[in-house]
Design a protein around this ligand. Structure first.
Ligand code: ADP
Length: 374
């Protein structure tokens, strides 16, 4: 038996799971919140880690600790053993992910201190998308500025897109190399990826997790000139625009509600702003499905995952309604079946197989750690 301890460290939270590699099951999981906040009894990540390890007790079969890190830039395209040099690179990449990478690094340092005798491995959210071609990841701006400041599309949710697209091939009963998939990861954050034979060829998030779909509080795509206009016309600073687009936009900006369940309830009860928000949300999803169908040159599977994708049959149906001309359709009975299992929701014999596959980023991280150490 062997197990991997998976750590996902945020600025004030620490999420953890002990994954049994033989069964893939989680033996223990939890979350510590409000680290370092004024009224909290846990002052820093080191203390949080000690609390967690006290709960964990001695794990005889622990082979490694796996750490989720958000931004790996162009430097990292797979699981990586933590060394002093790797820590420095994660720190340097904080310029691209100022909210996430420093917090991830705090978790790594606390875990290394508490568990010095096992290897520590990082798995980056960006790594899976490193297979994108320059055509897909290049923004058409001054090439020297882009190079100097590392401005390009990176993409995120990579661990989820990888796990879910591999599960899709299993469910289809086809070799991974023969399957073209569009994965819709629809959670509080949301992204779409086009995956050809297990390789990411395009994805909707960009330099940061702000680009692409309409999210809980993030705007997703807009004309970059919106920022210039709001700076000139409304006198908004860069810091204010950052807050506007990351924290006050998306569903929240359109309706005053950041949770999709509330937006949907309001729309059902006749709230016109909520109805418009759902239409904008859906319009953007279909924009990407059409684009990625074209980029992939055909399509075998569309997969829904994450909070909204896994749990909301009505929104799944709404997102794909009217795409029958692309061979994409949903079977209503299959779609509405309440289940936690990976499943097909398109009719038998449909040209494109539509599926719901619960994501499992912790298990994927544990498996990548295992494969690196093997
Ligand atoms: P995150 O993106 O934070 O990792 P999840 O993938 O777990 O989180 O998604 C959480 C989000 O999913 C919540 O913010 C909530 O809006 C949404 N959600 C969960 N269940 C449902 C549901 N049944 N209907 C609509 N939205 C849901």
């Amino acid at each position: 038996m062997s197990s991997v301890f998976v750590v996902n460290s945020g600025s004030s939270s620490l999420k953890y799971q002990l994954i049994d590699l033989r069964t893939g099951a989680s033996r223990l999981s939890g979350l510590i919140e409000r680290i370092g906040e004024p009224d909290s009894f846990i002052s820093d990540h080191s203390e949080a880690m000690n609390v967690v390890l006290a709960k964990l007790g001695v794990v005889d079969d622990l082979i490694a600790v796996g750490h989720r890190v958000v931004h790996g830039g162009s430097e990292f395209d797979g699981p990586t053993l933590v060394t002093a040099e790797v820590e420095r690179e994660i720190e340097a990449l904080s310029r691209l992910a100022p909210l996430h990478n420093p917090a991830n690094l705090l978790g790594i340092r606390a875990a290394k201190k508490a568990l010095p005798h096992v290897p520590h491995v990082v798995v980056f959210d960006t790594a899976f998308h490193q297979t994108m071609s320059p055509a897909a990841y290049t923004y058409a701006i001054d090439k020297d500025i882009a190079r100097e400041y590392k401005v390009r599309r990176y993409g995120f949710h990579g661990t989820s897109h990888k796990y879910v697209s591999e599960q899709a091939a299993v469910l289809l009963g086809k070799p991974l190399g023969a399957v073209r998939t569009i994965v819709l990861h629809l959670g509080n954050g949301a992204s779409v990826a086009a995956i050809d034979g297990g390789r990411s060829v395009d994805t909707s998030m960009g330099l940061t997790p702000l680009q692409g779909l309409v999210m809980g509080t993030r705007s997703g795509d807009l004309d970059p000139a919106v920022l210039i206009h709001l700076n000139r016309a409304a006198g908004m600073s860069i810091a204010e625009l950052d807050v506007l687009l990351n924290k006050q936009s998306g569903l929240l900006g359109l309706t005053g509600m950041g949770d999709m369940r509330d937006v949907q309830d309001a729309a059902i009860n006749g709230n016109e702003e909520a109805e418009l928000a759902l239409q904008v949300w859906r319009h953007r999803i279909r924009h990407y499905i059409g684009a990625y169908y074209a980029q992939l040159g055909g399509l075998d599977a569309v997969v829904f995952t994450a909070g909204i994708g896994e749990n909301n049959a009505l929104l799944r149906r709404r997102a794909l309604a009217g795409l029958e001309h692309l061979g994409i359709q949903i079977d209503n009975d299959r779609n509405e079946l309440a289940s936690r299992a990976a499943r097909v929701i398109s009719p038998a014999g449909a040209q494109v197989t539509v599926m719901v596959i619960p994501t499992n980023e912790e298990l994927e991280i544990a498996r990548q750690v295992e494969s690196l150490l093997a």
